[in-house]
Design a protein around this ligand. Structure first.
Ligand code: 3PG
Length: 306
């Protein structure tokens, strides 16, 4: 079988080498398309692919249509909002993700972002410490849980809100459970987002929640830009001169945010949460193993289009 790694934002070489080793050991062939600049290159590359590994690359219905032999696509990472699941299902293509594999990298970045914004983006002036502050974790999945664990060592008080995780499990990890999402925002000096981009979550973080934050509150986004209601973010930042926003996924209106709010906002130049050698290897190797296992035994454990 031909396995294609198509990554506009490539894995590290060491990760690709390990992916190749696993794929070839499984009796398959590896092809790579890295740093492509035009979707036409992706269409051409998938033409003879039986399996596809991507990162945030968009696997649209057009990509699926251009890949007549495709049997499995694995998003090497957690969020699979970049895969057209309906198009995959219609063609009988198995879609998977690799949950947990890059979580620590993202969690460490969330902590780093809190420090960066609290220390005036590393420019002169008096900043503040994380110790003693309350951190609200919105969604207590693989990343949220690690952010909570890391933040505890800074002496932060941790709260979480996640309607899909039993309260007892969250509490058993020394994390307080917020009564509601509104309660989380009202009590948290920092809110760290770890929700996926779905029809329910898109545009869901806006004025109503952010205006509840205590004085000096900061929203930390290492999740997806789509979950933010950007016009409402502007409105609340205009009204509340004390609030801050730091994100790993530049807003569509980031230039406007930067111009209007200066040091109160920050966006990384390109999403870098999972950009560590370790996360590249973990997610890439998991994707390669999942594909080989699927072809060898039919294992669909991480299928997301069931
Ligand atoms: C994920 O969903 O796993 C992260 O957002 C990482 O995305 P990336 O592979 O594009 O860096």
């Amino acid at each position: 079988m031909k396995v294609l790694v198509a990554t506009e934002k490539p894995f590290s070489k060491v990760a690709v080498d390990q992916i190749r080793e696993i794929v070839e050991k499984g009796g398959h062939e590896l092809a790579t398309l890295e740093k492509y600049t035009d979707v036409q290159q992706l269409y051409a590359a998938v033409a003879d692919a039986d399996a596809l590994i991507v990162r945030s690359d968009k696997v649209t219905k057009e990509v699926i249509a251009a890949a007549p032999k495709l049997k499995i696509v694995v998003r090497a990472g957690a969020g699979y909002d970049n895969l057209d699941l309906a198009a995959c299902t219609e063609r009988g293509i198995v879609a998977m993700n690799t949950p947990g594999q890059n979580s620590n990298a993202v969690a460490e970045l969330a902590i780093g972002m809190m420090i960066y914004i609290s220390r005036n983006q590393f420019t002169p002036g008096t900043g503040s410490e994380l110790k003693g502050k309350t951190l609200g974790i919105q969604a207590y999945g693989n990343v949220g849980r690690l952010v909570a664990a890391h933040a505890k060592s800074f002496g932060m008080k941790i709260m979480a809100f996640d309607p899909f995780v039993p309260a007892e499990r969250i509490q058993s990890e020394g994390v307080e459970v917020a009564a509601s999402l509104e309660d989380l925002y009202a009590k948290s000096d920092f809110v760290s987002l770890h929700i996926p981009a779905t029809n329910e979550t898109k545009n869901s973080i806006g004025y109503a929640l952010l205006s509840k934050m205590p004085k000096g509150g900061c929203l930390v986004n290492t999740a997806r830009k789509e979950v933010i209601n950007e016009p409402e973010l502007v409105k609340v930042l205009e009204e509340r001169q004390d609030l801050k926003y730091i994100t790993d996924i530049a807003a569509t209106n980031q230039a406007e945010l930067n111009e209007k709010f200066g040091k109160r906002v920050f966006a990384t130049p390109k999403k870098m949460g999972a950009e560590t050698a370790e996360a590249n290897i973990n997610a890439g190797v998991a994707a390669a193993n999942q594909i080989c296992d699927f072809f060898a035994t039919g294992n669909r454990k991480f299928q997301v289009n069931k």
